[in-house]
Design a protein around this ligand. Sequence first.
Ligand SMILES: [Zn+2]
Ligand SMILES: [Zn+2]
Length: 192
Amino acid sequence: MRDIYLWWIGADAADGRLLAAVRSVVERTFGRGVHVWSGRDRPADAFDPRRQQHSSTRILQWLVDRRPAEAHKVLALTDVDLFIPILTFVFGEAQLDGAAAIVSTARLRTNHGSSNVRLLTTRLAKECVHELGHTFGLLHCDTPGCVMTRSVNLIEVDAKRTTLCGACEARYRELREKDGHHEQGTHPHPRR
Ligand SMILES: [Zn+2]
Ligand SMILES: [Zn+2]
């Protein structure tokens, strides 16, 4: 089964410890290998000068085009502020049941001071698991505390855990099984 690629595409240099922390949470949650990929390309046409933000949807398309061929999923991390047209900002975006996800640290930094690295790391890990969950086909969940609950502000991000609830976990296993068969090409035409 192919792996997840974690790709820093931020404006500033990557924070190795932050990436390592995200990597270990993602590996634990999804039971898949995560490679930290250090491609130096950056999306060129995602910046919107009027909004002074980057279009997350354009970045997702760029990721699909540029991801390493062996990557099953690519999760990009950035420090630039992201938006989709109908919202002021987004923490991240993912292709549902697709290959790409993006999460930004821009809105996860706190008013508790930028030195609160642990809080930033936890929030980032939650948003990364959430967006990757979408790429595996998981939808939003209503179970309080589940990482797949929708969160539109930091209070909601802080209120959830980094982990999937029992139902989402079961759904993920189910989806992964199908995905695995598909990937290995052993059941090109599933028989009943
Ligand atoms: Zn979501
Ligand atoms: Zn759930």
